[in-house]
Design a protein around this ligand. Sequence first.
Ligand code: F42
Length: 145
Amino acid sequence: MSEKYIPSPSTWVREQVQQIEAEGTTRAVSVMDRPVVLLTMRGAKTGAVRKVPLMRVEHDGVYAAVASKGGAPEHPQWYANLQANPRIRLQDGTESWDATAREVTGEEREQWWERCVAAYPPYAEYQTKTDRLIPVLVLEPTADR
Ligand code: F42
Protein backbone atom coordinates (compact mmCIF):
# COMPACT_ATOMS: atom_id res chain seq x y z
CA MET A 1 0.00 0.00 0.00
CA SER A 2 2.12 2.86 -1.24
CA GLU A 3 -0.64 5.35 -2.02
CA LYS A 4 -1.41 8.51 -0.17
CA TYR A 5 -2.22 8.19 3.52
CA ILE A 6 -5.20 10.19 4.78
CA PRO A 7 -5.20 10.49 8.61
CA SER A 8 -8.48 10.26 10.52
CA PRO A 9 -10.41 13.56 10.78
CA SER A 10 -11.14 12.62 14.39
CA THR A 11 -8.48 14.19 16.66
CA TRP A 12 -8.30 11.49 19.34
CA VAL A 13 -8.13 8.72 16.75
CA ARG A 14 -5.49 10.55 14.71
CA GLU A 15 -3.40 11.13 17.84
CA GLN A 16 -3.66 7.48 18.91
CA VAL A 17 -2.44 6.38 15.46
CA GLN A 18 0.44 8.89 15.66
CA GLN A 19 1.45 7.56 19.07
CA ILE A 20 1.36 3.94 17.87
CA GLU A 21 3.54 4.84 14.90
CA ALA A 22 5.96 6.93 16.96
CA GLU A 23 6.52 4.14 19.49
CA GLY A 24 6.26 1.29 16.96
CA THR A 25 3.76 -0.65 19.02
CA THR A 26 0.00 -0.71 19.50
CA ARG A 27 0.70 -1.00 23.25
CA ALA A 28 1.57 2.70 23.16
CA VAL A 29 -2.14 3.42 23.62
CA SER A 30 -5.16 1.84 25.28
CA VAL A 31 -8.84 2.51 25.82
CA MET A 32 -10.14 1.95 29.35
CA ASP A 33 -6.91 0.04 30.06
CA ARG A 34 -7.68 -2.43 27.25
CA PRO A 35 -5.29 -3.00 24.32
CA VAL A 36 -5.95 -2.01 20.73
CA VAL A 37 -4.83 -3.23 17.32
CA LEU A 38 -4.22 -1.15 14.20
CA LEU A 39 -5.84 -1.89 10.83
CA THR A 40 -4.36 -0.40 7.68
CA MET A 41 -6.81 -0.49 4.79
CA ARG A 42 -7.70 1.19 1.54
CA GLY A 43 -10.54 3.73 1.31
CA ALA A 44 -13.49 2.49 -0.74
CA LYS A 45 -13.93 5.80 -2.57
CA THR A 46 -10.56 7.53 -2.32
CA GLY A 47 -8.40 4.43 -2.69
CA ALA A 48 -6.13 6.12 -0.13
CA VAL A 49 -4.52 4.40 2.84
CA ARG A 50 -6.61 4.61 6.03
CA LYS A 51 -5.46 3.61 9.51
CA VAL A 52 -8.06 2.57 12.05
CA PRO A 53 -7.35 1.55 15.66
CA LEU A 54 -9.82 -0.97 17.10
CA MET A 55 -10.08 -2.87 20.35
CA ARG A 56 -7.99 -6.04 20.45
CA VAL A 57 -10.20 -9.13 20.17
CA GLU A 58 -8.17 -12.30 19.58
CA HIS A 59 -8.95 -16.02 19.59
CA ASP A 60 -6.52 -18.75 18.44
CA GLY A 61 -4.48 -16.29 16.37
CA VAL A 62 -7.55 -14.87 14.60
CA TYR A 63 -8.68 -11.34 15.41
CA ALA A 64 -12.08 -9.67 15.19
CA ALA A 65 -13.04 -6.14 14.16
CA VAL A 66 -16.18 -4.72 15.76
CA ALA A 67 -17.92 -1.99 13.74
CA SER A 68 -19.46 -0.45 16.85
CA LYS A 69 -18.64 3.23 16.39
CA GLY A 70 -19.66 3.70 20.04
CA GLY A 71 -23.24 2.57 19.28
CA ALA A 72 -23.82 5.25 16.61
CA PRO A 73 -26.88 4.77 14.38
CA GLU A 74 -24.72 4.33 11.27
CA HIS A 75 -21.83 2.00 10.48
CA PRO A 76 -18.33 3.41 10.67
CA GLN A 77 -16.96 4.29 7.24
CA TRP A 78 -14.12 1.79 7.59
CA TYR A 79 -16.76 -0.97 7.44
CA ALA A 80 -17.56 0.09 3.85
CA ASN A 81 -13.83 0.08 3.13
CA LEU A 82 -13.49 -3.52 4.29
CA GLN A 83 -16.52 -4.58 2.26
CA ALA A 84 -14.97 -3.03 -0.85
CA ASN A 85 -11.46 -4.29 -0.13
CA PRO A 86 -11.17 -6.87 2.65
CA ARG A 87 -7.37 -7.18 2.39
CA ILE A 88 -5.74 -5.32 5.23
CA ARG A 89 -2.56 -5.07 7.25
CA LEU A 90 -3.07 -5.86 10.93
CA GLN A 91 -0.72 -4.76 13.73
CA ASP A 92 -0.78 -6.13 17.27
CA GLY A 93 2.04 -4.96 19.51
CA THR A 94 5.14 -4.64 17.34
CA GLU A 95 4.08 -7.40 14.94
CA SER A 96 2.11 -6.87 11.74
CA TRP A 97 0.84 -9.15 8.98
CA ASP A 98 -1.59 -9.33 6.06
CA ALA A 99 -5.11 -10.44 6.82
CA THR A 100 -8.46 -10.73 5.08
CA ALA A 101 -11.66 -9.46 6.69
CA ARG A 102 -14.80 -11.61 6.54
CA GLU A 103 -18.07 -10.63 8.17
CA VAL A 104 -19.50 -13.37 10.39
CA THR A 105 -23.21 -14.10 10.76
CA GLY A 106 -25.54 -16.31 12.78
CA GLU A 107 -24.01 -18.68 15.29
CA GLU A 108 -20.47 -17.81 14.25
CA ARG A 109 -21.19 -14.14 15.01
CA GLU A 110 -22.76 -15.06 18.36
CA GLN A 111 -19.60 -16.92 19.37
CA TRP A 112 -17.39 -14.03 18.32
CA TRP A 113 -19.67 -11.47 19.94
CA GLU A 114 -19.12 -13.14 23.33
CA ARG A 115 -15.37 -12.88 22.80
CA CYS A 116 -15.71 -9.25 21.74
CA VAL A 117 -17.68 -8.32 24.86
CA ALA A 118 -15.22 -10.24 27.06
CA ALA A 119 -12.37 -8.25 25.51
CA TYR A 120 -14.17 -4.92 25.77
CA PRO A 121 -17.39 -4.97 27.88
CA PRO A 122 -18.74 -1.58 26.61
CA TYR A 123 -19.59 -3.25 23.27
CA ALA A 124 -22.66 -4.76 25.00
CA GLU A 125 -23.88 -1.29 25.95
CA TYR A 126 -23.14 0.04 22.44
CA GLN A 127 -25.43 -2.65 21.00
CA THR A 128 -28.32 -1.42 23.17
CA LYS A 129 -27.85 2.13 21.82
CA THR A 130 -28.40 1.30 18.15
CA ASP A 131 -31.02 -0.51 16.05
CA ARG A 132 -28.39 -1.89 13.71
CA LEU A 133 -26.84 -5.26 14.50
CA ILE A 134 -23.21 -4.30 15.11
CA PRO A 135 -21.13 -6.01 12.41
CA VAL A 136 -18.34 -8.34 13.50
CA LEU A 137 -15.60 -9.20 11.01
CA VAL A 138 -12.94 -11.82 11.53
CA LEU A 139 -9.46 -10.91 10.32
CA GLU A 140 -7.92 -14.12 9.06
CA PRO A 141 -4.16 -14.19 8.36
CA THR A 142 -3.69 -14.23 4.59
CA ALA A 143 -0.42 -16.13 4.63
CA ASP A 144 1.95 -17.62 7.19
CA ARG A 145 2.96 -15.00 9.69
N1 F42 B 1 -14.28 2.09 16.48
C1 F42 B 1 -15.05 1.00 16.36
O1 F42 B 1 -16.01 1.00 15.58
N2 F42 B 1 -14.77 -0.13 17.10
C2 F42 B 1 -13.72 -0.20 17.96
O2 F42 B 1 -13.47 -1.25 18.54
C3 F42 B 1 -12.90 0.98 18.12
C4 F42 B 1 -11.80 1.03 18.98
C5 F42 B 1 -10.95 2.13 18.99
C6 F42 B 1 -9.79 2.15 19.78
C7 F42 B 1 -8.94 3.22 19.75
C8 F42 B 1 -9.23 4.30 18.92
O3 F42 B 1 -8.38 5.34 18.87
C9 F42 B 1 -10.36 4.31 18.13
C10 F42 B 1 -11.26 3.23 18.17
N3 F42 B 1 -12.40 3.21 17.37
C11 F42 B 1 -13.21 2.10 17.32
C12 F42 B 1 -12.72 4.35 16.49
C13 F42 B 1 -12.34 3.95 15.06
O4 F42 B 1 -10.93 3.97 14.93
C14 F42 B 1 -13.01 4.87 14.04
O5 F42 B 1 -12.57 6.17 14.19
C15 F42 B 1 -14.51 4.87 14.20
O6 F42 B 1 -15.01 3.53 14.13
C16 F42 B 1 -15.18 5.70 13.11
O7 F42 B 1 -14.79 5.17 11.86
P1 F42 B 1 -14.98 6.03 10.53
O8 F42 B 1 -14.31 5.26 9.42
O9 F42 B 1 -16.44 6.36 10.35
O10 F42 B 1 -14.11 7.30 10.86
C17 F42 B 1 -14.39 8.60 10.48
C18 F42 B 1 -14.05 9.56 11.63
C19 F42 B 1 -13.47 8.88 9.31
O11 F42 B 1 -12.30 8.56 9.33
N4 F42 B 1 -14.03 9.45 8.31
C20 F42 B 1 -13.29 9.81 7.13
C21 F42 B 1 -13.68 11.19 6.69
O12 F42 B 1 -12.84 11.77 5.99
O13 F42 B 1 -14.76 11.64 7.06
C22 F42 B 1 -13.61 8.88 5.97
C23 F42 B 1 -12.85 7.67 6.13
C24 F42 B 1 -12.93 6.73 4.95
O14 F42 B 1 -12.53 5.60 5.14
N5 F42 B 1 -13.42 7.09 3.71
C25 F42 B 1 -13.46 6.13 2.61
C26 F42 B 1 -12.42 6.44 1.56
O15 F42 B 1 -12.62 6.06 0.38
O16 F42 B 1 -11.34 6.93 1.92
C27 F42 B 1 -14.86 6.03 2.00
C28 F42 B 1 -15.78 5.30 2.92
C29 F42 B 1 -17.09 4.90 2.20
O17 F42 B 1 -18.16 5.16 2.81
O18 F42 B 1 -17.06 4.33 1.11
